[in-house]
Design a protein around this ligand. Structure first.
Ligand SMILES: [Zn+2]
Length: 166
């Protein structure tokens, strides 16, 4: 791929992905303020940014692998996040005395092996291939299988803080 275009695609992939996350956060704030119209608009924009990011990713990678390849790639990323990425981020936040950032990075690191275990499970072919319901903690990102826990094992959030993924 041409050098500038590749750089620009990477830049837009990053920017659109960040905007998608930001619009989701804005939607949650609008929910808290009972502004349903704004919440839906932000959710629509978040989806739009995700679509745009996905198109860039497809151009950069040429293709998206099979689901088994993607599960394996996601597993490797979770392992790298736990082993290398988050330890560095935690250390740097600690060095700078940024306690809240250190706690957020630490909790995200603790979520990584949980997600790795779910990916490993999904990679094992099962006779019973019924879909599993997942519940995502809206505070720390912990993912629970089949039901929301009584209390998030990572951050202590209550079941009401878990979003069902169906
Ligand atoms: Zn949590």
């Amino acid at each position: 791929m041409a050098e500038k275009t590749e750089k620009n695609l990477l830049s837009i992939l990053s920017a659109e992905s960040k905007m998608a996350a930001r619009h989701t956060a804005f939607a949650q704030k609008a929910d808290h303020e009972a502004d349903t119209r704004a919440a839906r608009l932000f959710r629509a924009f978040s989806e739009s940014k995700s679509v745009q990011a996905r198109r860039c990713l497809l151009l950069l990678r040429g293709r998206i692998g099979t689901t088994r390849e993607n599960l394996a790639a996601a597993l490797e990323l979770e392992r790298q996040a736990y082993d290398a990425l988050y330890p560095r981020l935690i250390r740097e936040a600690e060095d700078e005395g940024m306690k809240t950032a250190e706690m957020v990075f630490s909790q995200s690191r603790e979520v990584a092996p949980v997600q790795a275990a779910l990916l490993e499970k999904a990679l094992i072919p099962e006779k019973d291939s019924n879909p599993v319901d997942y519940y995502v903690c809206q505070v720390c990102g912990y993912v629970s299988e089949n039901r929301a826990p009584e209390k998030c094992p990572i951050c202590g959030a209550i079941p009401g803080k878990f979003k069902p993924i169906v």
